[in-house]
Each structure stands twice: as C-alpha cells, then as structure tokens.
Design a protein around this ligand. Structure first.
Ligand code: FAD
Length: 469
C-alpha cells in the first residue's frame, strides 16, 4: 500500500481502525463457506459516520474502489474484494451502537454494524418485537440486512427488510453524508430514496445507520409439523389457515421428503416426526400478542378441517418450547444436512404462490431429462413464494459427472423460473454469484435503468464494482 495513503487513512480511523494482522485479515477476505476469496489494498474499520465519510472522500479522490462489509454472512460473494488487491474493504462492525429506542413511535435507530440478534434483544427489553429472523442472525449486521433486503422466516406476516425500514443514513461514493434517519410512516415528498440503497448490495453507497420499525411482542405462539400429500395441498392450506387465523399466520415453510430425510440422517438430535414417510411437510407457526389466546386450539381446528378434505395427512402441534425448537431444527438443518450428501446446486428463487405447484412439476420433469434420479431438496418460505430449489447429485452418479452438468441444470431452473415470471434471486441478492445470470433474465430496459441509476449516484464506479451489475 502507498504509505502516504495508509497514513492518511490511519489519521482518520486510528490504529485500531485498521486490520493489519494477516491471520485476522483472512476473515475479511473470504466468505464463511470458502466459496469466495479476494485480496485487499487495505481493510478499514471506521467507528462512526464521519470516519466513513472521510475515508470515502479520500478513496474517491484517489480513484480507489470500496467494498462494504458487515457480518460477512452473505451467500453471493457481495462482501468480498476481487483478486486485484486494489480495493479497500470497509467493515462496519465497529459501528455497533443502538442510538435510540422509541417504544411509543415503535422505532429503533441503530448504527449499521449492530448485529441483528442484538436488535431483537433490545426490542424485547422494552416489550417490543423486531421481526426479521434468519439463520445468520447471531452474526449478520443491520447494514448487510439492508443492503441485501434480507427476508427470513417471518416475511409472510411482517415483510422483508424493506418493509421494516423507515429511514437510513448513507455515505455516498463521493463521501457526502445523506441523513435520511426519519422515523416517519408517511412521507410523500418525492422519490423514496432509501429504497435505492436497500437491496443495492453496497453498489450505490455505504449505509451507516437506520430507523427500523418495531411491533408488539408476540406473547402466544403455536407451531405445527404437518404432513401433506402435494404442493397443491400446501397452497390450499395457506389460504385456509389465513382465512381462519388472519395475520396470526407468521411462518409457513414447505419441505420435500428428501430434505427431511437428509436432516434426520445427518444432524445430531434431529428425528423424523412421523413413523410414516410423506411426500411433503409444512412447518407452520401462529403468533398473537395476547398471552391468553388459545392458538394451539385454533391451529388444531384448522388442521382438523384440512384433514377432512384430504389436504393434511398427519399433523402434530408442539406441546412445549423444546418441541418447537426441535421442529425448527428440522427446517433449519436442511442446508447443512445437504452438504453431507455430496455435490449440490443451491438456488433461491421466487414464483407467485399460486404457480408453485406447476413450477415444481415442470422444472422437475425438465431436470429429469438432463440428469435422472436427482434428489430434489426443495424447501423454503413458501408462504412468500420463495423456494430454495436445491438439487443433490443422484446416489449412483459420479461427482464429476454431476458437476459437468451443473450449468445445464441451473440454466433449466432459471429458464423455467423466467417462464413463470419469477425471480432468480428471492432474498440472497446477486453479488457476483448471480450477476451474469441476472443479465440474461432481467428485461433489457430494467438493466438499462439500473445502469443509469448506478452512473448517476456512482459515476466513477467506485462502490463495490463487479457486484450486481
Ligand atoms: C445460515 C445462514 C442463513 C441465512 N438465511 C437467510 C435468510 O433466511 N434470508 C436472507 O435473506 N438471507 C439469509 N442469509 C444470508 C445473509 O445472512 C443475509 O444476506 C444478511 O443480510 C447479510 O448480512 P451481513 O451483515 O452478513 O452482510 P455481508 O455478508 O457482510 O454483506 C452482504 C452484502 O451487503 C453489502 N453490505 C454490507 N454492509 C453494508 C453497508 N453497511 N452498506 C452497504 N452495503 C453493505 C456487502 O457489500 C455485500 O454486498 C443466510 C446466511 C446464512 C449464513
């Protein structure tokens, strides 16, 4: 690194704001799965917005690109620098202050480096609830959640990160600070600029703080594990439970038989729930803010009705917190369990809920023509139309032969998704992983508008170059 540049950065962030130890640096230069790695000119850890702004100003003047990073839990390589060694990684994790909690306005204002789990905990302390919930919540940061418009398991009831955000503060690529930290639910004074930065994966600016919505704390929860005959039954079941229980339906996760088998086989402590095997399963959760609401009874009534019509084959409602955890462990273990079954392809797509059964049937037939006997680890937040359409290699097929057909299989999945007017990235973003595929499946006009926005806000292409676009 040019020593004058280093000195100037150090004068802004201090020695503790620089990562110089090569061992420590590794965790900023590779993602947690080891799927992406790069080299950085410098790893900077500013501790406040003014420092972010000063570093950005310096980088902009020197024409140096910056890669924002939060908890580095993203799944598309968006937070990792390229291999040139020219880019600066800016980690926001030292910016971890909760600025204000306002239980009456139902808002919490936090710096971008606050870990998601902490927001949930702080909300709970004032008897409020922050609903964003996902497997990486112990490590991911609010900045990363915003930059990827994270989803998770409560979107059905509360929406994505976009819906949970009222205001943000951003440092622009030229170093200027836009303070949009307003806790307003109504603000029709022109373009809603925060939406540009949410989901932009760090390509338009660095999010430094946010005002997020809080909700009443749910006091009663009921969770059921349900065996169903088909994906059609899953869609009918969502509508039945929603019509009877309203927005108490908070989670609705679908899983194929293979997914559950993998978890039961590979994740210690996880067991299949029923003695019989069924083609599909649903994990369903109701919640209510009144502690005296008998949600289990409500859920049992809906399930009994669905049993009569053949939409449900078997069901169990959790009787204790331990059982609730055991059921969620079955759902949350799928991704890891699949890693024990040899090479796989993982996708995160979305389709209008109504089309899910036809999509699954169509894409299944197409894949079988390319490689027979694939093991389809299909699961996801089906209440939101979001499927993790994952494919594990057939037992008998050699790993290299499976890998040789990987692009063809992925292309068939994306092509079918496009034909169903769906999205090839429901919640994980594009990063570098899906950047080129998005070019094939997004309309040329959409891509042109995205390019124009990028040029307008980041004319020199210094914000996370090579990601998304
Ligand atoms: C076990 C597991 C389960 C997961 N489950 C889900 C899930 O259910 N739903 C879901 O949506 N995701 C899920 N994810 C993906 C991931 O956790 C989310 O994308 C998360 O929001 C990323 O946050 P992060 O702080 O780790 O961001 P990082 O990984 O550090 O960065 C992600 C992207 O955001 C950019 N970025 C980070 N901070 C900022 C900032 N302050 N300003 C501007 N840009 C920034 C980065 O440049 C990068 O492009 C899961 C990941 C794991 C490992």
């Amino acid at each position: 690194v040019d020593s004058a540049f280093l000195e100037q950065i150090e004068a802004i962030v201090g020695p503790q704001g620089l990562v110089t130890d090569p061992i420590e640096a590794q965790s900023y230069l590779a993602d947690w799965r080891g799927a992406y790695s790069g080299v950085a000119r410098l790893i900077v850890r500013p501790s406040n917005t003014e420092q972010v702004s000063a570093v950005m100003t310096l980088c902009a003047r020197a024409g140096i690109a910056v890669v924002p990073q939060g908890g580095n839990t993203g799944l598309c390589g968006g937070s990792i620098p390229d291999s040139s060694g020219d880019q600066v990684v800016m980690s926001l994790t030292r910016m971890n202050r909760v600025i204000e909690v306002d239980p009456l306005n139902d808002t919490i204002t936090v710096e971008a480096g606050v870990v998601l789990q902490r927001i949930q905990d702080v909300a709970l302390e004032v008897n409020r609830f922050f609903p964003l919930s996902l497997g990486a919540q112990g490590s991911c940061t609010v900045g990363g959640n915003l930059a990827t418009n994270a989803g998770g398991t409560a979107v059905l009831r509360y929406g994505n990160m976009r819906e949970l955000t009222l205001g943000i503060e951003v440092v622009l690529p030229d170093g200027r600070i836009w303070n949009g930290l307003r806790g307003l639910r109504k603000d029709n004074t022109g373009y809603d600029l925060k939406q540009l930065f949410i989901g932009a994966e760090g390509t338009l600016g660095i999010i430094t703080a946010a005002v997020l919505r809080l909700y009443p704390q749910p006091k009663a929860v009921a969770t059921a594990w349900v065996a169903i005959p088909s994906t059609h039954a899953a869609i009918d079941l969502i509508r039945l439970v929603q019509s009877q229980c309203g927005d108490r339906l908070t989670g609705f996760e679908l899983m194929s038989r293979v997914s559950v088998e993998f978890v039961a086989q590979h994740i210690p402590g996880c067991k299949d729930v029923f003695a019989n095997a069924y083609p599909w399963y649903v994990l369903m959760e109701l919640s209510d803010t009144r502690a005296d609401t008998n949600l289990s009874e409500m859920l049992e009534q809906s399930l009994a009705q669905a049993f009569e019509t053949g939409h449900v084959l078997d069901a169990v409602v959790a009787a204790s917190k331990a059982q609730v955890n055991a059921l969620w462990a079955l759902r949350e273990g799928i991704s890891e369990a699949q890693n024990h079954e040899g090479p796989s392809l993982k996708h995160d797509i979305s389709i209008a809920v109504t089309q899910i059964p036809d999509f699954i049937a169509t894409v299944g037939q197409r894949l079988a023509q390319i490689v027979p006997d694939l093991r389809l680890v299909t699961y996801g937040h089906v209440g939101d139309g979001n499927l993790h359409y994952n494919v594990s290699k057939p037992i008998e097929l050699d790993s290299d032969r499976f890998k040789a057909r990987a692009d063809e299989l992925t292309e068939a999945i994306y092509q079918t998704t496009a034909e169903f007017n769906g999205s090839i990235s429901a919640e994980h973003g594009l990063g570098v992983a899906k950047r080129d595929a998005a070019r094939r499946y997004k309309a040329p006009l959409e891509l042109e508008l995205m390019q124009q926005l990028k040029r307008a806000i980041d004319p020199n292409g210094l914000m996370n170059p090579g990601k998304v676009l």
